[in-house]
Design a protein around this ligand. Structure first.
Ligand code: SDX
Length: 377
């Protein structure tokens, strides 16, 4: 075996580079995008403004924001050929269809042969709009319906919900979806952003990096939790069952979805904003039991808070999507829709001071084996 080495499985606690984008204090539960606290951004900003902040490093003035918003709107339509790709994968899970379609998009992007920072940012802004359209186009196509043309009358969140079924949502619903996208826009070197950086580290392009990021996000340990939390709430059925349900999971050493985090050992500051959204929406919709079930799960998990296991951003998000009539298997794609600006700036940061990301594995297998001809095996 190699000389004694210190292993950091999962790269837990390892700093592999510097970044000026997102600050996370896991102990105190603090999250800042470009130094602005997530609580302020969730309350006062918009997905468009937050995306500009992440990408350009400053809050836009009125003119900059209106130009950026017009650019996003101009990129919402997909190249016609992409609908053929979506048709081919129409029966795939929406995350698999999204991964495939984003990869295909690179062939139709006017900047496909340009890996400069300016072109990468343009491609990232295009992807921010196109990914939202792809998710809802695939949803309609898999149900045998015509995709709904994006509207340029609505903001990013409103247009996203509008493309689900052609109905314009009420302002409260749009505002809550917008807040959800702000809360999901970036989060440091989470598994999908790290994956995107590894791909950018080889000087591959942003379409390859985002395709790989989508693949990483689709796993239940990362983005897939929101879909599983909703399933858990349905399996629990009513608030009285929550405590026993959680106890059974824990006795069987299973994970309670929407809880725990590699970095946060205090409550994820994003969760509280969505918790309030679930409380209001489930009462408005006349289905308060969903909020009550989630609160009972939080109560049942309270002993784990002492071990630093709290709710994370995915715990409440799923019920919001469900109450908005969004199918469960679109919950993870919604996470991807919000995360594109984050992946974009992470790829740009990687390109700025690029280095191949290539860690080591400690070899523990056999050594110096003599080759044996097949006749003697
Ligand atoms: C996101 O990284 C990011 O920034 C991600 C994210 C982002 O914005 O990009 O914040 C979004 O991905 C949120 C996480 C969504 N995933 C889930 O909700 C799935 C359930 N959570 C876990 O699987 C888990 O908490 C992880 C994967 C999120 C983090 O796990 P770690 O850091 O690898 O910790 P671990 O698996 O080593 O667990 C440490 C201990 C274990 O107990 P022991 O074996 O030491 O006795 O905590 C326990 C675990 O069993 N534990 C849980 C638990 N999470 C951890 N026990 C029950 N339920 C859980 N959810």
């Amino acid at each position: 075996m190699d000389k004694e080495v210190t292993l950091h499985r999962g790269l837990q606690g390892v700093y592999f580079d510097r970044s000026e984008t997102t600050f996370i204090d896991g102990k105190e539960g603090i999250l800042e995008y470009r130094g602005y606290n997530i609580n302020d951004l969730a309350e006062h900003s918009s997905f468009e403004e937050t995306s500009y902040l992440l990408i350009y490093g400053k809050l836009p003035n009125k003119e900059e924001l209106s130009e950026f918003d017009a650019m996003l709107k101009s990129y919402r339509k997909l190249p016609e050929e992409i609908f053929d790709v979506i048709n081919v994968v129409k029966d795939s899970h929406p995350m698999d269809a999204l991964r495939t379609t984003v990869s295909a998009l690179s062939s139709f992007d006017e900047d496909r042969n340009d890996n400069s920072e300016e072109a990468t940012i343009r491609k990232g802004i295009r992807l921010t709009s196109q990914v939202a359209t792809i998710v809802m186009a695939h949803h309609n196509i898999r149900n045998g319906k015509e995709p709904i043309d994006p509207s340029d009358k609505l903001n990013h969140a409103g247009n996203f919900l509008y493309m689900l079924n052609g109905k314009i949502p009420d302002q409260d619903t749009i505002d809550l979806m917008d807040k959800d996208f702000v809360l999901h826009a970036d989060h440091g070197s989470n598994a999908s952003a790290f994956t995107a950086r590894v791909v950018a580290g080889t000087s591959a392009d942003i379409h390859g990096a985002v395709t790989a990021g989508i693949a990483a996000l689709s796993g239940p340990s990362h983005g897939g939790a929101a879909e599983n939390v909703m399933q858990m709430a349905k399996d629990i059925g009513n608030p009285e069952n929550a405590e026993n349900y959680v106890k059974n999971l824990l006795v069987n050493r299973e994970r309670v979805m929407g809880f725990g985090h590699r970095v946060y050992k205090a409550e994820d500051p994003r969760a509280g904003h969505l918790r309030e959204g679930v409380r209001k929406l489930s009462h408005q919709m006349g289905e308060p039991e969903w909020y009550q079930i989630l609160e009972k799960v939080v109560e049942a998990m309270s002993p784990y808070a002492r071990r630093g296991i709290h709710v994370n951003v995915d715990f409440f998000a799923g019920v919001i999507y469900y109450l908005n009539g969004i199918p469960q298997d679109l919950f993870v794609p919604i996470f991807a829709v919000g995360r594109i600006p984050g992946w974009t700036i992470q790829v740009v940061e990687q390109f700025r001071h690029n280095i191949l990301i290539r860690p080591l594995l400690q070899y523990t297998g056999k050594r110096k084996q003599g080759y044996i001809p097949i006749s003697d095996r």
